[in-house]
Write a protein that binds this ligand. Structure first.
Ligand code: COA
Length: 322
């Protein structure tokens, strides 16, 4: 019997504090109009001092579990995508398992920077399709604000905090049609975040903040995301016109517009959360997906293309019949 991974619940969480472009322009040399024109961002959410990736993940996860009318004990596997884990270990997945009080399941983290939730969806899909797992919780949760150098105007304008979740169930009805994930480790120098605790003599001066050559990242992202669209459609023998929604990683409006153009899609078919959330890294695709499911833009039967690009570089897509 062939199983599909069907989305049965979604969830999302954004911290309370809103940090606007105006507020950032009081501390670094930038302006609301520069940030908005170059990125599409007006504000982002900032986690409170007592919040962590696992505490935000818990709220998003509980929503997804409730929406899926699922007994938490039925969950076989928890995969958390995060680049900002609470601790090096235990994994944020295990900490979430503790918070949800689920005894009999496996939990782990995966780290693929902003592509993390697509990688996690891909892993979850393999476990379900092979019959190993029946219910899998996939989370992207990030506290980017703690790894951003708030004196660096090239990066601090971009990132925000939050968590997104989906609950997948094995089903004979269609669900995830295909996932495609890739990486190319040659691009470390364009986008990286040091881990000061594991530093060598040579790099021990580096602080644990995001380093990015934004302009170069931008160009690779546009080209790569164009290719992943072609790859995904070809794998499913599908035409652009059959895709109802694009749910992109929310990094920059201009990158997203280029992908929409490639799909010959109007921006009305693109789920955008960037303006008031910024780039929430691995959380962004699932946060956007949750928003459009909950406000009923995405309906059962719609074909949805999720895609992301991040440090590594990593990139990937998931085509879902919702
Ligand atoms: N405010 C005002 N000026 C700024 C600025 C800011 N916040 N950040 C950079 N600048 C300046 C630069 O110093 C540079 O000045 P110069 O010409 O005097 O040297 C100028 O603006 C142009 O910089 P550049 O980096 O070429 O700008 P850009 O148009 O590429 O926009 C980003 C910068 C970061 C917004 C853009 O490159 C981007 O979004 N890149 C992709 C990043 C991304 O998505 N990363 C995550 C991937 S998951």
């Amino acid at each position: 019997m062939t199983f599909y991974s069907r989305v049965i619940g979604t969830g999302g969480y954004l911290p309370e504090e809103v940090r606007t472009n105006e507020q950032i322009s009081q501390t670094v040399d930038t302006s609301d109009s520069w940030i908005y024109e170059r990125t599409g961002i007006k504000s982002r959410r900032i986690a409170g001092p007592n919040e962590t990736a696992s505490s935000m993940a818990e709220i998003a996860a509980r929503q997804a579990i409730e929406a899926g009318a699922c007994d938490p004990e039925e969950i076989d596997l928890i995969i958390v995508a995060t680049g900002t884990p609470d601790r090096i270990y235990p994994s944020t997945g295990c900490l979430l398992q503790q918070r949800l009080r689920i005894k009999n399941c496996v939990a782990f983290d995966i780290q693929a920077a902003c592509s993390g939730s697509i990688f996690a969806l891909s892993i979850a899909d393999q476990y379900i399709k092979s019959g190993i797992a029946k219910k899998v919780l996939v989370i992207g949760s990030e506290i980017c604000s703690r790894v951003v150098d708030w004196t660096d105007r090239g990066t601090c304008i971009l990132f925000g905090d939050g968590a997104g979740a989906v609950l997948l169930s094995a089903s004979d009805e269609m669900g995830i049609l295909s996932t495609h994930i890739h990486s190319d480790g040659e691009y470390e120098s364009l986008l990286y975040c040091p881990n000061p605790q594991a530093a060598t003599e040579a790099n021990k001066q580096e602080a644990g903040y995001i380093n990015m050559r934004g302009n170069e990242v931008f160009k690779v992202a546009v080209n790569t995301l164009g290719r992943i669209v072609d790859e995904t459609l070809a794998a499913n023998n599908m035409d652009k016109s059959e895709v109802d929604w694009l749910v992109p990683h929310q990094a920059n409006t201009r990158i997203i517009e280029a992908t929409a153009k490639k799909l010959k899609m109007s921006m009305d078919q693109v789920v955008m959360t960037l303006e008031n959330q910024g780039n929430t890294s691995s959380a962004s695709v699932l946060l956007a997906f949750n928003e459009a499911v909950r406000d009923k833009r995405i309906q059962r039967g719609h074909v949805v293309l999720l895609e992301a690009f991040g440090a590594g570089f990593t990139w990937g897509s998931a085509l879902i019949k919702y």
